[in-house]
Ligand binder design. Structure first.
Ligand code: NAP
Length: 306
């Protein structure tokens, strides 16, 4: 039986460790402050933001939600970000993506002060990551490494394959694994014979956004498999095909009419892997935990208490 890498458990550990740091900052003057900018009414974004604000409340982190209308211009949003940059009580700024088409997302992300960029998306912080310098790391990749380390899964000297090269997941995940001394291969949609490359991996990170594409034939027996993908599947034909060997999950789909599926096949993945992150309950919970960790670290740096 493959070991389940429980993201909820690790999230709770991280939160328990952050709480005294938040209390220390509060005693020192004020708690950390996080501003979340949510433009428009994208349903998935609304859920993510609600969870982030709720986690801030659990930890005693001050949070503020800005909800400009989806007709906002780039200039107006830049002005809002500049105001947050100047605020003493705000340590972290998160602009929830995606932004509406008329807004220049790159200019907005560039405008966030690098010291308050708790998403780790600013080019300065991406550069810090490449160079191995301190700075906030992208939350999902940082959560992956945290999970591996807390489960004492060796990274140094292992072969790691990352499928996906996005700036928010694939590239930073590959760099973080490299800094932990893995030998890293990055794959993408033009990689020939993807399954053969994946089968070389002791640690496979699947971040494609293709539900259940990573089947058993992509995995080395006993590998550690980190499934970042989260795709909402509503098509009954696809759901029944993917969940054919998972009767409980199929029953849940038949009841609700939708289900969230990872990039790793939910039946074949656990059958071949040595350890794996489930979807849901694997990588997802860690993303918010690492956002909180970045916010607390930013507040400590600004307060001079670290
Ligand atoms: P993205 O920007 O769409 O990038 C997907 C990457 O996968 C691209 O590099 C793409 O290659 C590659 N890819 C797509 N199809 C492929 C194929 N058939 N074979 C090989 N490579 C393929 O996605 P993302 O933002 O990185 O997110 C990836 C997944 O993770 C999504 O399901 C997303 O919802 C999920 N996610 C989850 C969390 C979490 O907290 N759990 C956080 C972030 C993202 P090209 O570059 O060649 O196009």
């Amino acid at each position: 039986m493959a070991q389940i890498l429980d993201g909820n458990r690790v999230r709770d550990e991280i939160k328990a460790e952050l709480k005294p740091r938040v209390e220390r900052l509060a005693a020192h003057g004020r708690p950390p402050g996080l501003a979340v900018v949510l433009v428009g009414h994208d349903p998935a974004s609304e859920i993510y933001v609600r969870n982030k604000i709720k986690t801030c409340q659990d930890l005693g982190i001050y949070s503020e939600k800005l909800t400009p209308s989806d007709s906002i211009s780039t200039e107006e949003l830049l002005a809002a970000v500049e105001q947050l940059n100047a605020r003493h009580d705000i340590d972290g700024i998160l602009v929830q993506l995606p932004l509406p088409a008329q807004v220049d997302s790159k200019r907005i992300l560039l405008a966030v002060a690098p010291g308050k960029d708790v998403d780790g998306f600013h080019p300065c912080n991406m550069g810090n990551l490449v160079a191995g310098l301190p700075g906030p790391r992208a939350c999902t990749p940082a959560g992956i490494v945290e999970l591996l380390q807390r489960y004492r899964i060796p990274i140094s000297g292992r072969r790691a394959v990352v499928v996906g090269r996005s700036n928010i997941v694939g590239k930073p995940a590959a760099l973080l694994l490299l800094h932990e001394h893995a030998t890293v291969t990055i794959c993408h949609s033009k990689t020939p014979d993807l399954a053969a490359v994946c089968r070389e991996a002791d640690i496979l990170v699947a971040a494609l956004g293709r539900p259940a594409m990573i089947t058993g034939e992509y995995l080395k027996p006993g590998a550690t498999v980190i499934d970042v993908g989260t795709t909402r599947v509503e098509d009954p034909v696809l759901a029944r095909r993917i969940l054919a060997g998972a009767p409980e999950r199929l029953a849940a789909f038949e009841k609700k009419g939708h289900i969230v599926v990872g990039d790793v096949h939910p039946v074949e993945g656990p059958a071949v892997a040595g350890a794996y992150t489930p979807v849901p309950g694997g990588v997802g919970p860690l993303t918010i935990a690492m956002l909180m960790a970045n916010t607390v670290a930013a507040a400590e740096r600004r307060a001079g208490v670290c």
